[in-house]
Write a new protein. Structure first.
Length: 170
C-alpha cells in the first residue's frame, strides 16, 4: 500500500513499506529523443535546471501525459510533439531505442528514448511556457569533444545523451 507523505501539483513524496520515493502525480513516464538532422548533426538542448542550479545539456525530452489534452497520447507522438516544441524540428521517422527506470531508487518514472530521423525544420523551437530552451546542432563526428568542452565550461551533461548514442550505435 502506498502512503502519501507530501504532494504538490508537480511532485509527490510517497512511502511503500520502509521506502520513501518521489513521483509526479500527473505523469509516470518521460520521453527523450536522439534527433539527427539530414546534415548528420545531433540536436541537443540547453536549459537552466533549478534543482542542479546550472545549465544542463540534454536530448530533447518531455513528460508523457502531464497535460490533460495529451493524456492517452502514444509515446511516439509525445516524442514527436516534444521534439517540435523544443527544437522546431518535425521527425518523419521515429523509432524506440530503450526504456529504463529514470532513477529506480528514487522515482517510479520510466524514460523512453527514441531515435528521430528524416527531420524538417518547421518552427522556431525554444519550448513552451517560459522554458527558455537553447537549441544546439552538433556535428555527430565531433559530439564527444563538444560535450567535453561544455562540461569543462561548467555545464552539466545529461546521461541520457550517452545512453541514446550508445543505443543508436554511435
Amino acid at each position: 500500500m502506498t502512503e502519501t507523505l507530501f504532494e504538490t501539483r508537480w511532485l509527490g513524496v510517497y512511502r511503500i513499506g520502509h521506502w520513501d520515493f518521489v513521483r509526479r502525480p500527473n505523469a509516470d513516464s518521460a520521453v527523450g529523443i536522439l534527433a539527427i538532422t539530414p546534415d548528420d548533426e545531433i540536436i541537443l538542448v540547453e536549459q537552466f535546471r533549478i534543482p542542479v542550479q546550472r545549465p544542463v545539456i540534454e536530448i530533447p525530452a518531455g513528460l508523457v501525459g502531464d497535460e490533460e489534452e495529451f493524456r492517452g497520447e502514444a509515446l511516439e507522438e509525445t516524442a514527436r510533439r516534444e521534439l517540435l516544441e523544443e527544437t522546431g524540428y518535425h521527425a518523419a521517422k521515429i523509432e524506440p531505442l530503450v526504456v529504463s527506470p529514470t532513477s529506480a531508487g528514487m522515482t517510479s518514472e520510466f524514460s523512453h528514448l527514441f531515435y528521430a530521423t528524416e527531420l524538417e525544420k518547421r518552427e522556431a523551437g525554444g519550448g513552451v511556457g517560459g522554458e527558455n530552451i537553447e537549441v544546439h546542432l552538433v556535428p555527430r563526428s565531433s559530439i564527444r569533444d563538444w560535450l567535453r568542452e561544455k562540461e569543462q565550461a561548467g555545464l552539466a551533461i545529461d546521461l541520457k545523451i550517452h545512453a541514446a548514442l550508445w543505443c543508436a550505435g554511435f
